[in-house]
Design a protein around this ligand. Structure first.
Ligand code: GDP
Length: 203
């Protein structure tokens, strides 16, 4: 199958309950990350559609699973941000359960894009997610987002150390620097290439 045209992405629906998910056929790739890591901005940059995913100055605001379609069989999924302290614990836990259940049961899920702020990589919740994904053989592509917030040397050093920490899983877990501010070295093309691979496998 050809690589999708990310710029053709369009909003499909937002759901609060797994029973409302679209039919589980075709291929989907889900974006996940701690609140404020830069996940929505990453979706907007990769599709080159401003405002497709809602970015927010108040992290944790959107607690829905949002679907964007690329074509009839392929979808991008925006999972709710986790680990935002201002969201009451019972709500966080309910969402954790919903997301876990989605991750465990969704047959069309081909890969996870895990977005981390390059200045705060591999928090416990990120590590748990990676361990879980590795245990069930689901590929993970890590975006070390907001790379423009560090000097080039610092960003490369962070990339090196995160790769080192994840080296035991290198067949399933890949890592790159990313910036939604576009420009050279933003890594948007690299992220698209990873998605191309997942989306190009037959469903
Ligand atoms: P989300 O909660 O993970 O979806 O994060 P958002 O995409 O809403 O981004 C959180 C904040 O970080 C917003 O104020 C964004 O403008 C900012 N941000 C996101 N990505 C980048 C980036 O690559 N570079 C910089 N400098 N800021 C970013």
């Amino acid at each position: 199958m050809n690589a999708p045209n990310y710029n053709k992405a369009s909003f499909l629906l937002s759901v609060a309950e797994l029973s409302q998910l679209p039919t589980d056929v075709g291929v989907e790739v889900a974006f996940i990350g701690r609140s404020n890591a830069g996940k929505s901005s990453a979706i907007n940059s990769i599709t080159n559609i401003k405002g497709l995913a809602r970015t927010s100055k108040t992290p944790g605001r959107t607690q829905m699973i949002t679907y964007f379609t690329l074509d009839e069989t392929r979808r991008i999924v925006d999972l709710p941000g986790y680990g935002y302290a201002k969201v009451p614990l019972p709500i966080q836990q309910r969402w954790q359960q919903t997301v876990n259940q989605y991750l465990q049961t969704r047959k069309s899920l081909r890969g996870l894009v895990l977005v981390m702020d390059v200045r705060h990589p591999l928090k416990d919740s990120d590590q748990q997610l990676i361990d879980w994904a590795v245990a069930c053989q689901l590929p993970v592509h890590v975006l070390l987002a907001k790379a423009d917030k560090l000097s080039r040397a610092q960003a490369i050093e962070t990339l090196r150390s995160v790769k080192f920490m994840l080296a035991q899983h290198e067949e399933l877990v890949t890592v790159q620097l990313f910036s939604s501010l576009k420009g050279t070295g933003a890594g948007i093309g690299d992220a698209q290439k990873q998605l191309d691979q997942w989306f190009s496998k037959d469903s």
